[in-house]
Design a protein around this ligand. Structure first.
Ligand code: ZN
Length: 132
């Protein structure tokens, strides 16, 4: 199997891919980017937490125009993973309103975005319909 590296540092690969958030130890707010202080309470202590790999679509946009090289249309969405909001694309779904709905159940899925000259695969993530 090719070596894989995650496209973003909050994606954990392996047998059981999942996202890791920084959770404020004071108020419980979760962030995916590195922070010095919590945006909600200004606390400065964070702990790494595993984010649920299933969720519900809270909002989505079908993106029809993008930079050259990016296949369109694709679906940009906000997914609620048991209380943690995750911005991600919906993948393995037909990008039209008939196949998309608010509240649809989705699960985390990884996809190989590219391969470098050494055969190392860059892996990104999206969410795909549950059972789809
Ligand atoms: Zn906080």
């Amino acid at each position: 199997m090719a070596q894989q590296i995650p496209l973003v540092d909050y994606l954990e690969l392996g047998e059981d891919p999942h996202l890791v958030a920084n959770e404020c130890t004071t108020c419980g707010a979760r962030f995916f980017d590195r922070r010095n202080a919590c945006a909600a309470c200004e606390g400065s202590d964070f702990t790494k937490v595993r984010v649920a790999t299933t969720g519900e679509v809270r909002a989505f946009t079908i993106v029809a125009f993008a930079a050259p090289g990016i296949p369109v249309p694709f679906v940009a969405a906000v997914v609620d993973c048991e209380g943690t909001s995750v911005r991600a694309n919906l993948i393995n779904v037909t990008p039209d309103p008939e196949h998309l709905s608010l509240g649809m159940k989705v699960r985390l899925a990884t996809e190989v975005i590219g391969t470098d000259d050494n055969g190392t695969e860059a892996v990104g993530f999206g969410f795909e319909p549950l059972g789809g």
